[in-house]
Design a protein around this ligand. Structure first.
Ligand SMILES: NC(=O)c1ccc[n+]([C@@H]2O[C@H](COP(=O)([O-])OP(=O)(O)OC[C@H]3O[C@@H](n4cnc5c(N)ncnc54)[C@H](O)[C@@H]3O)[C@@H](O)[C@H]2O)c1
Length: 313
C-alpha cells in the first residue's frame, strides 16, 4: 500500500449510507477498510470495490473489540430503521453503546479521528420546531424506540467523555431522514415504503392522517455533509438534513403521481412515540461547514424510484 494515504475505517460500510460513503472515499483515492456484520447491509452494495488494492472488507460485529491501524473512523454501524432496530432491541442498545465504546477505544489507541453517525432521534418527539443542536430533546426512555434513541444519546455522551478524559478527536453528525438508492425494500422507512407499495400496485399506507411532517435529505447531500464535518475543525453535534418540510401525505402524493396516480391512500393507526414533526435547523452546518443540501425531493425521488424498480424486477 503506498505510504501517506489516508486510511479510513467505515463501520456499517455495507449499509445504505456507509456504502455511499465508501464510494466517495474510494473515488477520492483514499484507502478504505469496510467493516460490517451484514445485519442490514449487503455485500452487493460494495461488491464493485472488492479486489481493489485500496479496499478491504472485514466481517465483524462492533460489539466486539478489534485492532486495526487507521487514521479516520466513520462509525455508522447500527440498524437505522425501526423495523430492524426493534427486531432485537437489546442488541441495538449494545451496538450503540459497546460499538461506540470499542470504536472510541480503537481511535484512542491509534490516534484516529472518529465521526459518529448520530441521529435526529436524539430529539425524540420534539417540543420545539425546527430543532437546533442546543435542544436537549424529549425522548421516552422506556418506549419501543428507546433502544435506538437512547442508544445514540449515550453514544454521543461517550464521545464527549472520551474527548474530555483523553483528548480524543471526535465529530458528531445528527443525521435527519435520508433517502436514496440502496435502501432496503423491507426497511419500513417512509420513502422506501411508499415507493415499494406504489411499484407493487398496492395502496399507500399513511400512519395516522398523514399530517405529521418530515424533511428528506438525498443521500449525496448527506455524504457531502459527513465529509465536510470530518475535515472541519468542528466537534459537533451538528445537524445534517434537508430543511424542506413535507407532510407524509404530500410525500405519498408525490410518489403516487410519479408511479401510478390511480393508487389509493389508506390510513392505519400511528405507531407508539412516532414524532409529529421533524425538521433540522441547519444554520450551524451552513456557517461552519459551508454545507447546504442541493437536491430537492422531486429530483431525489427519480433515482430512488429507478433503484427500487430495478431491485423489485
Ligand atoms: N438513513 C437515515 O436516514 C439515518 C438517519 C439518522 C441516522 N442514521 C445513522 O446512520 C447510520 C447508517 O444508517 P443507514 O441508513 O445506512 O442504515 P443501514 O441499516 O443501511 O446501515 C447500517 C449498517 O450497519 C451494519 N451493522 C449493524 N449492526 C452492526 C454491528 N453490531 N456490527 C457491525 N455492523 C453492524 C448493518 O449491517 C448495516 O450495513 C446508522 O448509525 C444510523 O443510525 C441514518
Amino acid at each position: 500500500m503506498p505510504a501517506g494515504l489516508v486510511r479510513n475505517l467505515v463501520t456499517g460500510g455495507a449499509g445504505f449510507l456507509g456504502s455511499h460513503l465508501v464510494d466517495r472515499l474510494m473515488q477520492s483515492g483514499e484507502e478504505v477498510l469496510c467493516l460490517d456484520n451484514y445485519f442490514t447491509g449487503r455485500k452487493a452494495n460494495i461488491a464493485h470495490w472488492i479486489g481493489h488494492p485500496r479496499f478491504e472488507l472485514i466481517r465483524h460485529d462492533v460489539t466486539e473489540p478489534i485492532k486495526l491501524e487507521v487514521d479516520r473512523i466513520w462509525h455508522l454501524a447500527c440498524p437505522a430503521s425501526p423495523i430492524h432496530y426493534q427486531t432485537n432491541p437489546v442488541k441495538t442498545a449494545k451496538t450503540s453503546f459497546l460499538g461506540t465504546y470499542n470504536m472510541l477505544g480503537l481511535a484512542r489507541r491509534v490516534g484516529a479521528r472518529l465521526l459518529l453517525a448520530s441521529t435526529s432521534e436524539v430529539y425524540g418527539d420534539p417540543e420545539i420546531h425546527p430543532q437546533p443542536e442546543s435542544y436537549r430533546g424529549c425522548v421516552n426512555t422506556i418506549g419501543p424506540r428507546a433502544c435506538y434513541d437512547e442508544g445514540k444519546r449515550i453514544a454521543e455522551t461517550l464521545c464527549f467523555d472520551y474527548r474530555r478524559m483523553h483528548g480524543s478527536e471526535i465529530r458528531i453528525a445528527r443525521i435527519f431522514n435520508t433517502y436514496g438508492p440502496r435502501m432496503l425494500a423491507d426497511d419500513g422507512r417512509v420513502v422506501s415504503n411508499f415507493i415499494v407499495q406504489a411499484l407493487r400496485g398496492e395502496p399507500l399506507t399513511l400512519y395516522g392522517d398523514g399530517s405529521q411532517s418530515r424533511s428528506f435529505c438525498y443521500v449525496d447531500d448527506l455524504i457531502e455533509g459527513l465529509i465536510r464535518l470530518m475535515n472541519a475543525d468542528h466537534t459537533g453535534p451538528i445537524n445534517l438534513g434537508n430543511p424542506s418540510e413535507f407532510t407524509i401525505r404530500q410525500l405519498a402524493e408525490q410518489v403516487r403521481a410519479r408511479i401510478n396516480p390511480e393508487l389509493a391512500l389508506i390510513s392505519e393507526p400511528l405507531p407508539a412515540d412516532d414524532p409529529r414533526q421533524r425538521k433540522p435547523a441547519i444554520a450551524l452546518a451552513q456557517r461552519d461547514l459551508a454545507w447546504t443540501p442541493t437536491v430537492a425531493l422531486e429530483q431525489g425521488l427519480e433515482p430512488t424510484i429507478s433503484w427500487f424498480r430495478e431491485l423489485l424486477a
